[in-house]
Design a binder for this molecule. Structure first.
Ligand code: HEC
Length: 169
């Protein structure tokens, strides 16, 4: 069964269209936001990981951009302790870094990974309210166990509500 989740956000526009997949047995099979949606959210920050010694190099090398929907915008701008409201979604998208302009610059190449954090404190009790989902460039799921694969590392920033990114000023 597929369920369409529509989160209306107050203000002029913005409806988030995202899919929660459910197998017939009821267990979760996925959550994904289309790039046409998250690319029009709020850009939080970008980063280029190119050094093999960087702790995130494998598998997160390349150029990445982080986005937040309107629901989490005010909270991500906070510098200290913060707590995101239910309905917050964060997206991070990773691209190959492709040489451009005769090897004097890098631009985004092939999309490698799309990862999402979705806040729902009732649904994701075991991971402190966050659902974690990630897909490779072909759309195959990369998450087998949210705690082991994602939440354990994000727990380093428990005081920032498990979200590493801070708003670029
Ligand atoms: C080894 C540690 C580590 C693991 C494992 C990890 N992440 Fe992250 N994640 C990070 C770091 C560090 C950032 C911040 C990157 C930056 O500053 O640009 C991040 C950023 C993110 C963001 C953007 C919001 C934020 O926290 O900044 C999302 C969404 C995300 N990760 C999802 C996932 C998912 C889904 C998984 C599991 C497949 C996962 N992460 C596994 C370290 C990790």
């Amino acid at each position: 069964m597929r369920k369409l989740l529509v989160l209306g956000v107050t203000g002029a526009t913005i409806t988030l269209l995202a899919f929660y997949g459910r197998s017939t047995a009821g267990e979760e099979t996925g959550f994904k936001v289309d790039p046409r949606e998250y690319r029009s959210w709020n850009h939080v920050k970008s980063m280029v990981i190119f050094g093999k010694d960087h702790p995130l190099y494998n598998p997160f090398w390349g150029i990445h951009h982080v986005y937040v929907n309107d629901r989490g915008l005010a909270t991500i701008k906070k510098t200290g302790k913060r707590r995101f409201p239910d309905g917050t979604v964060l997206a991070v998208v990773f691209y190959d870094h492709r040489p451009a302009d005769g090897n004097t610059a890098y631009v985004e190449g092939l999309k490698r990974i799309e990862a999402f954090m979705v806040k729902d404190s009732k649904r994701y009790k075991e991971t402190d309210g966050w659902g974690y989902y990630a897909y490779d460039g072909k759309g195959r799921s990369l998450v087998k166990d949210m705690v082991r694969d994602c939440h354990s590392c994000h727990s380093q920033v428990r005081d920032r509500d498990f979200v590493f990114s801070v708003w670029t000023r």
